[in-house]
Design a protein around this ligand. Structure first.
Ligand code: ADP
Length: 173
């Protein structure tokens, strides 16, 4: 699996699936969640209501259509909310691992990821990208059918940070 980094908006990525940093309610929210629901309106919300009548647990992932976006699917993950006491790092690695599993169920080959929990949910960008790299480089995910995991960094400073961690030979994983 190739790990790539671009700077930009995840809603305009030309990939099979985009990952959403959703919340347990699964009815849209702020940040990347709001952007994905706006870009995929109204189908993403309709599909969320249909597939997730009771929402989704922290650390888990599930998919919907991507509506009008170029991608085919949205893979929604629920990151841990540090401000609500969800400080267990394994919940963050779980999001990235479950996203890859759902991508494999769908047959998605290219998947774009935001920095899950590194906004309103209060984790640092470093913690999020390092959790992702640990999963992407682990033996457990070596047999994935995903051939590109693309970090979409929102803004220049995020881009520089993610790129340096992805390129760092001594980095995680
Ligand atoms: P969370 O609630 O999981 O913390 P946020 O959406 O608040 O999710 O933030 C997660 C990350 O997504 C942040 O680093 C934020 O800068 C970034 N982000 C916000 N909007 C977009 C977007 N349109 N595309 C890509 N990344 C985005």
């Amino acid at each position: 699996m190739r790990i790539t980094v671009v700077e930009g908006d995840i809603t305009s990525q030309d990939v099979d699936a985009v990952v959403n940093a959703a919340n347990r309610g699964m009815r849209g929210g702020s940040g990347v969640d709001g952007a994905i629901h706006a870009a995929g309106a109204p189908e993403v919300l309709e599909d969320c209501r249909r597939r997730f009548p009771h929402g989704l647990a922290t650390g888990d992932a599930g998919w919907t259509t991507a509506g009008r976006m170029a991608a085919r699917w949205v893979i929604h993950v629920v990151g841990p909310n540090r401000h609500a006491g969800e400080t267990d790092r394994s919940l963050l690695t779980s999001c990235y691992r479950r996203a890859l599993e759902v991508a494999d169920e769908l047959g998605a080959r290219s998947v774009a990821f935001p920095l899950v929990s590194a906004g309103v949910y209060g984790w640092s960008r470093e913690e999020s990208v390092d959790a992702a790299l640990e999963v992407f480089r682990s033996a457990d995910t070596a047999d994935t059918g995903v051939d590109e995991a693309r970090f979409v960094a929102f803004g220049r400073s995020a881009h520089e940070l993610v790129r340096s961690r992805v390129e760092s030979p001594g980095g995680p994983g």
